[in-house]
Design a protein around this ligand. Structure first.
Ligand code: NAP
Length: 248
């Protein structure tokens, strides 16, 4: 039986690259997205055309009822879960703290923090040997913003990723004896559409001078780290925060 991987936010960017690589490595995939059904369905068709297994499921990870429905669909279609990639994340327009209103702060924390917690909770219920599961792995998408702080751009997003780091460390310890490993990948500046949602589509070009390797990263390069942390090759790695940031 194929191992089953759920990737949140898999219609584009790092999530989609992770899906393509995971399919090549033999995983059956549940690909979550929020809005872009066409992109998600196209990715499912591409994976199936190459002989892989995938379904696409719409759900806003910040909405508990939708997360429950996502996992019910997963249960119905695959019957078990081996790996959760908590990848769905977002940021909003670049600004200083003085200009951030409460609604924005709630949205940023709801998607990036609460969404990851809700999905991790549902994954643990299914994977934990304490609940009759077979064990598994959770890979959280944090960011180097958690340690750089993103001043003048989005310290709310950076703080949300800081919370993901703490959750990774705590949950890894909490479920270690239940057969579940929990790790985080902290990408640096990666070529995806996320920068456009901050109002600066060419952010990678501006920031790349500050990256010691001298360029932005590509989603495939992040996917390789995610797939390694998910795999049996990382059997003694848990509670790790792995920077994939060109030494930034
Ligand atoms: P992206 O290109 O903007 O794609 C975001 C993905 O997340 C899309 O599939 C989107 O779905 C989905 N999504 C957004 N909000 C969601 C929600 N509430 N519920 C479910 N899905 C949601 O982002 P990316 O750059 O690939 O980023 C992926 C992860 O890496 C994020 O956690 C991000 O914070 C982290 N990261 C990225 C970078 C970077 O430089 N790119 C650096 C550090 C960390 P729709 O297509 O349906 O909207």
């Amino acid at each position: 039986m194929s191992k089953v991987m759920l990737i949140t936010g898999a219609s584009r960017g790092i999530g989609a690259a992770t899906a393509r690589l995971a399919s090549r490595r033999g995983y059956a995939l549940c690909l979550n997205y929020r809005q872009q059904a066409d992109a998600a369905n196209q990715l499912v068709a591409e994976i199936r055309a190459h002989g892989g297994q995938a379904i696409a499921v719409a759900a806003d990870v910040a909405d508990e009822a939708q997360v429950l429905r996502l996992f019910e669909t997963l249960d119905r279609e695959y019957g078990h879960l081996d790996v959760l990639v908590n990848n769905a994340g977002m940021l909003e327009r670049q600004m200083r703290l003085e200009d951030m209103d409460g609604a924005r702060l709630s949205r940023v924390l709801a998607v990036n923090v609460v969404g990851s917690f809700l999905c991790a909770r549902e994954a643990v219920k299914r994977m934990s040997t304490r609940h009759g599961g077979q064990g598994g792995a959770i890979v959280n998408l944090s960011s180097v913003a958690a340690r750089l702080g993103a001043p003048g751009e989005y310290i709310d997003y950076a703080a949300a990723k800081g919370a993901i780091d703490s959750m990774t460390i705590g949950l890894a310890k909490e479920v270690a004896s239940d057969g579940i490993r929990v790790n985080a990948v902290r990408p640096g500046i990666i070529h995806t559409e996320i920068h456009a949602s901050g109002g600066e589509p060419n952010r990678v070009e501006r920031v790349k001078a500050s990256v010691p390797i001298g360029r932005g990263g590509y989603p495939d390069e992040v996917a390789e780290a995610i797939l390694w942390l998910a795999s049996e090759q990382a059997s003694y790695t848990s509670g790790a925060l792995l920077d994939v940031s060109g030494a930034r």
